[in-house]
Design a protein around this ligand. Structure first.
Ligand SMILES: [Zn+2]
Length: 457
């Protein structure tokens, strides 16, 4: 024991006895990962079926006054970084009637789940949009943050040249400072077990505000119609150097929203929801500096979506949420001579009156293609099917076909079908929302596919 202590002292003396010299780094300095909402990295794809790009997606906002439950996942992140992210997220609460309630990691049911990741897992920064979070299974995250983008790299680089603790750590590690690259330095900074981690609070604040903005229903401000006149060739080249293909750039950067979703706001280049835009990326030399703070425009839109002075937002639209959609039961009935279709789910409506269509369509055995029909009554967009229009009461919840109670049946008579005798088919069940007032029709809100079944001879 005594011997070890002596060795340790020698070690410390040896390290601090070194004089730090200006270390020349080769390679290029790292860059920040851009936000990849709502494309994500696959984990949100399944629910992003009605993708529209807009300043705020009114069909995905929470109900005014909602308390949104948020937790961090997998015990990741220090208390320090969690507290900071929490405070950045909660800044939004000042401007709208909405609350992020952070709950312990072991809470079984939450609306938002934050995954703190690192460079190696390459999940980047992204979030499900608004109530889309509720479609994500509880074991998956709804919001990704790459904390390696929040490290104060400059601060550690400074220590490199002043002989601070980080420099001493590198010496102990046996780093060869001849031919030391920025890439190696950044890897070393990320793996440096610093109990008092130095953070770049500007980067952490900007990204946390931005991603939690998505979680409230906001989308990228650069999608504002007519906001940016992109020089598409140079934009593709720029993102290609970051490993993004054309489709990803089209979706995340170049997509322009529908005028409806601007909600009467004006284009706001100061928005925290705006990407940085460089003059060489635009045809007219226009540029936008990446904003770190919640802008006046951001405050306005959040205040309009979640008003503190009214019960319901003046720009609220009808919304439905389908949950627990499971076990699509389909039976052939030889007495009634048709297919009986029993989807099972819970349906919750928002504060505004809406209308949905429950649609069941026949597909081929592999579930990949619909079956065309000339029948006008038993069809949906000229494909064999049966549908039921339903007017929904505001702020209500209905449970369909759970337990023994059968309160929703779709009936498809054999005589109304194309000739399918003896063939195998599947039944696809979907729910579409119609916002008649705003002329926004057929928004897909739920989807389910049955097992294959044989049609009678
Ligand atoms: Zn984003």
């Amino acid at each position: 024991m005594k011997k070890n202590f002596g060795l340790l002292l020698i070690g410390l003396f040896f390290v601090s006895g070194l004089t730090a010299q200006k270390i020349k780094l080769s390679g290029v300095k790292g860059d920040f990962s851009p936000c990849t909402t709502p494309l994500g990295d696959g984990f949100m794809k399944a629910v992003d079926t009605a993708a529209g790009r807009q300043v705020a997606d009114n069909y995905r906002t929470w109900e005014n006054g909602d308390v949104i439950l948020v937790k961090f996942m997998n015990n990741a992140g220090s208390k320090d970084i969690r507290n900071r992210i929490m405070q950045f997220a909660k800044e939004w609460e000042q401007y709208g009637n909405i609350t992020f309630k952070f709950v312990p990691d072991n809470t079984p049911q939450t609306n938002i789940r934050v995954r703190l990741g690192g460079r190696k897992d390459s999940m980047g920064h992204n979030s499900s949009v608004g109530i889309q979070c509720n479609d994500v299974p509880q074991y998956l995250q709804t919001l990704n943050l790459d904390t390696s983008d929040f490290i104060d790299y400059e601060g550690y680089e400074k220590e490199l040249n002043t002989g601070g603790p980080f420099y001493q750590y590198l010496v102990r590690k046996g780093v060869d400072f001849n031919n030391y690259t920025y890439g190696e330095l950044y890897d070393d900074i990320r793996s440096y077990p610093d109990p008092a981690r130095k953070w770049n609070l500007k980067a952490m604040g900007r990204t946390s505000r931005h991603e939690f903005g998505h979680s409230l229903g906001l989308l990228h401000e650069q999608s504002y119609p007519g906001g940016i006149k992109w020089n598409t060739d140079t934009v593709y080249k720029y993102y290609a150097s970051r490993g993004w293909n054309k489709a990803k750039v089209d979706f995340n950067v170049l997509e322009v929203s529908d005028q409806f979703f601007t909600n009467g706001t004006t284009y706001d280049p100061r928005s925290v929801m705006h990407y940085a835009v460089y003059a060489w990326q635009t045809l007219d030399g226009f540029s936008v500096e990446r904003s770190s703070e919640i802008s006046e425009g951001d405050k306005k839109i959040i205040g309009a979506l979640y008003p503190k002075t009214a019960k319901v937002s003046a720009i609220a639209v009808p919304k439905v949420q389908i949950s627990n959609l499971s076990g699509l039961v389909v039976k052939t009935d030889n007495v009634r001579k048709g297919l009986l279709i029993y989807p099972s789910f819970d349906l919750t409506t928002s504060a505004v009156l809406g209308k949905v269509h429950f649609v069941a369509r026949l597909t081929t055995e592999d579930g990949k293609r619909y079956i065309p029909t000339a029948n006008v009554r038993y069809s949906w967009n000229k494909m064999a099917g049966v549908y039921l229009p339903v007017n929904l009461l505001p702020s209500s919840k209905v449970t369909y076909n759970k337990g023994l109670k059968k309160n929703l049946e779709l009936f498809f008579p054999f005589r109304e079908m194309p000739d399918l005798q003896g063939k195998k088919v599947k039944v696809e069940f979907t729910v579409y929302l119609d916002d008649v007032v705003n002329n926004k029709l057929n928004r897909l809100v739920a989807y389910s596919l049955s097992q294959p079944l044989s049609m009678p001879l």
